[in-house]
Design a protein around this ligand. Structure first.
Ligand SMILES: NC(=O)c1ccc[n+]([C@@H]2O[C@H](COP(=O)([O-])OP(=O)(O)OC[C@H]3O[C@@H](n4cnc5c(N)ncnc54)[C@H](O)[C@@H]3O)[C@@H](O)[C@H]2O)c1
Length: 505
């Protein structure tokens, strides 16, 4: 069936966004809201938006007139009769959505598609008391709908395959990328999104680095558009903390999704983020006022020789070339000389553990994170015993030519390593759970969360063997189930085949 006539129930932020892209794609759109005057208001606001688009030359006058002519505001819900599809975008409450769907079933024909824009409720549960559950699906858009070109098409237990196909086709016609997903907590995007924030919170809670430094490392080093803590401030903890708790609990306390007590406490203290002027940062008129400046670069005059030990030969080569180019003497002996700076490029461990494993003195050891782009940002991690003069020397060496350097406290696996390994591992596990195809997960998360790569292909870009090594070491060093590698990732990394590879069976 080609869907041509749509009814939209709930004309709030999401409903009107969906209405806009539907009408622009040529569908007839009927609007209904329980609150008197809300649909008219929604339409008036949309008219202003479309007129602005027309003024900017994004649509012709004719297109504007045609688009607006496709809307009808309904007085009563019974007038949805005769449409091909009803989209529900009302309040996020299971009981209320269930009774609306029951009411709709009494109005529309048995093959009219009924979809919910729910972001956290089970589509199967929404449909559960209906007679014809096969025509119910989730159609989950992201805010703002016209700009976020992704929609999750959620198949509940009873959803007909043809309904999924019709919705994927409609998504495409509306200029959105439709991804098919199973009806599971958080679907794809909100599920995959659990890794970034929770791991950053864990590192913050361990005192690894300050709020500003964690955000800076993940922006400058790993390439995320926003740091995880500033992102929490933007989304606001009254929205994101309950989502973290809900997904964790819906997956029966799976450690990979474990939230952090810090955000619960901040929520209790009403420090929920930018909208109230205080969260992880403070804000005046929405502008951050207390981001910490870069750590000052120490003045060092007497540079000792540097002894380099790396897990990977490629990393050792990059570091040695950099040191030589910057006039630093390399200590090339088998064992470090008695006063050399010991530079370790390791994965998934802290500097104390690395120094003990390599049998070198922790008092002169500083580790450097080589997972992320060395040319963009450098994270240094001394051991708890490293002497200040050696920390200062490493800092001064790597900050040459204005490079961004962050010096962090001991962390099992730096910050970028932990966070990226968790992001990649979680996405791989979503593929392992067959919630969606690996390539759909990759595209959905990139579009839905704005990551610089899809989280599965990111693993291939960085090397799945490295990601596996990070996870295995962190897991071994902490004993925390959270870090156990997904079978999806470990099988592919060990066979040296792409993480996007899908098996025949
Ligand atoms: N806001 C987001 O970022 C976002 C993203 C994805 C999904 N969602 C989901 O979309 C849905 C709508 O969210 P929103 O942010 O647009 O909410 P909103 O508060 O902006 O709009 C909801 C609208 O529904 C109306 N409404 C409430 N109960 C109704 C009922 N029984 N019958 C008819 N109309 C009713 C309200 O009057 C209001 O106009 C929710 O399920 C939400 O979880 C929201």
């Amino acid at each position: 069936m080609t869907i041509q006539k749509m009814a939209l129930i709930g004309t709030g932020v999401m409903g009107m966004g969906i209405a806009q892209i539907a009408a622009q794609a040529g569908l007839e759109v009927r609007l209904f809201d329980a609150k008197a005057g809300a649909a008219e208001q929604g339409l008036a606001k949309l008219k202003t938006t479309l007129e602005k688009l027309q003024a900017k030359g994004k649509m012709t006058e004719q297109q504007l007139a045609d688009t607006l002519a496709r809307f009808v505001v309904l007085e009563k819900i019974e007038d949805v009769a005769g449409v091909d599809m009803v989209v529900e975008a009302i309040i996020e409450n299971l009981d209320i959505k269930q009774s609306l769907f029951k009411q709709l079933e009494g109005i529309v024909s048995s093959d009219t598609i009924l979809v919910s824009n729910t972001s956290s409720l089970s589509v199967t549960a929404i449909a559960s008391s209906l007679e014809h559950q096969d025509r119910v699906a989730g159609f989950h858009f992201f805010n703002p709908v016209p700009l976020m070109k992704i929609v999750e098409v959620i198949a509940g237990l009873a959803t007909d395959e043809q309904v999924v196909a019709d919705l994927l086709e409609l998504a495409n016609r509306m200029g959105h990328f439709g991804v098919r997903t199973k009806d599971t907590p958080g679907f794809i995007v909100n599920h995959a999104g659990r890794a970034y924030g929770t791991e950053a919170l864990k590192a913050l809670g361990e005192g690894v680095a300050s709020v500003s430094e964690i955000d800076r490392i993940l922006r400058e080093g790993a390439g995320f558009r926003m740091g995880p803590l500033e992102l929490f401030d933007l989304t606001a903890l009254d929205v994101s903390h309950p989502v973290m708790e809900s997904i964790f609990n819906q997956f029966y306390q799976e450690d990979r999704y474990r939230p952090h007590p810090l955000t619960r406490q901040m929520l209790a203290g009403k420090k929920v983020g930018r909208k109230v002027g205080e969260g992880f940062y403070q804000y005046v008129d929405g502008v951050k006022t207390n981001e910490a400046p870069r750590q000052p670069i120490p003045v060092v005059t007497d540079f000792k020789a540097v002894w380099v030990k790396a897990d990977r030969d490629e990393d050792a080569a990059i570091l040695c070339e950099y040191l030589e180019n910057n006039g630093i003497t390399l200590d090339s002996s088998v064992e470090p000389a008695s006063d050399s700076l010991i530079l370790l490029a390791t994965y998934g461990e802290d500097t104390t553990t690395a120094a003990l494993r390599l049998n070198v003195e922790a008092t002169r050891a500083v580790s450097i994170d080589m997972l992320t782009d060395f040319a963009k940002h450098r994270t240094l991690m001394p051991s708890i015993a490293t002497e200040k003069s050696y920390i200062d020397q490493a800092h001064a060496i790597f900050a040459k030519n204005g490079h961004g350097v962050s010096v962090i406290a001991e962390s099992v696996g730096f910050i970028s390593q932990r966070v990226l390994a968790m992001v990649i591992n979680l996405a791989c596990d979503i593929a392992q759970q067959q919630i969606a195809t690996a390539s759909d997960i990759d595209k959905a998360v990139k579009l839905g969360l704005g990551y610089p790569h899809g989280p599965i292909s990111w693993g291939d870009v960085l090397g799945s063997d490295r990601i596996l090594l990070i996870l295995e070491r962190i897991y071994a060093n902490t004993g925390d189930q959270r870090y156990r590698p997904s079978l999806w990732l470990s099988r592919r990394a060990r066979l040296n085949i792409p993480l996007l590879h899908t098996s025949v069976i």
